[in-house]
Ligand binder design. Structure first.
Ligand code: PLP
Length: 242
């Protein structure tokens, strides 16, 4: 069953208020924090309600699902264009294999999950071949001590980020991390703080370019902590649909 527009709007409002309060506590400007709605666990009907509730940044974590849903929603959007104030922006937040890059290039506004030189090179090469001037990406870093499958090591991030930002068709927009999957491995705050420190170091000491401005961190369980630690993008799924 689809989650209603009203329910989603209420949840969005609650999340927005929590973000604004967190910003107030630590003296940040709340307009710096953007919500990306993660639709991977809901049906297309609910995604339409999400859009009607005013959420235009939407993320998926698997390429095939992203492409299918984009096709599905795009038709609906074009029929409703006059009623929707702005276009949907799709984000790719899950692991991206090199052989799937082509399927999403030119379709997504930001790839959050670039975590290797080879993947970045593939994106840049493909973009060149398809006459796409640049692709917005974040470097995904594994900031928790646990053995997460994806994300580059903290120690490799600075040089990797610098190399990526030199690639002609890559626009490095910042960093992304996932909090620890198991709470026992440490509080998410440590991971988020580590990412923010890395971000500041890179911005100060490395040639990462003028677009290096975003920290994508925080999900339903830990977005308030992430905002307190400097997140500019929070990726929220389940809390939108409860
Ligand atoms: C699923 C997912 C989210 C959202 O998680 P929720 O706990 O549902 O808010 C955020 N980021 C990534 C990378 C995800 O895969």
């Amino acid at each position: 069953m689809a989650v209603t527009k009203n329910r989603i709007a209420k949840n969005l409002q609650t999340i927005r208020v929590s973000i604004d309060e967190a910003c107030q506590r630590i003296g940040r400007d709340p307009s710096e924090v953007h919500i990306v709605g993660v639709s991977k666990s809901v049906e297309p009907d609910t995604i339409r309600n999400l859009v009607e509730a005013g959420q235009f940044d939407i993320a998926e974590s698997r390429v095939q699902q992203l492409v299918d849903r984009m096709d599905d929603i795009t038709g609906w959007v074009s029929r409703r264009r006059s009623e929707l104030p702005k276009p949907i922006r799709w984000h790719m937040i899950g692991h991206l294999q090199r052989n799937k890059v082509r399927a999403i290039l030119g379709k997504v506004c930001l790839i959050h999950s670039v975590d290797s030189l080879r993947l970045a090179e593939e994106i840049s090469t493909r973009a060149k071949a398809e006459d796409i001037p640049f692709v917005n990406v974040l470097l995904q870093v594994n900031c928790s001590m646990e053995d997460q499958k994806y994300g580059c090591a903290v120690g490799a991030a600075e040089s990797l980020g610098e190399e990526m930002s030199q690639m002609p068709h890559i626009r490095l927009c910042g960093l992304m991390t996932m909090g620890p999957l198991k709470r026992a491995e440490g509080e998410p705050r440590n991971s988020f703080r580590r990412l923010r420190e890395l971000f500041t170091d890179m911005k100060t000491n490395r040639n990462v370019g003028e677009h290096f401005a975003h920290l994508s961190m925080g999900m339903s369980n830990d977005y308030i902590t992430a905002v307190e630690e400097g997140a500019t993008i929070v990726r929220i799924g389940s809390s939108l649909f409860e």
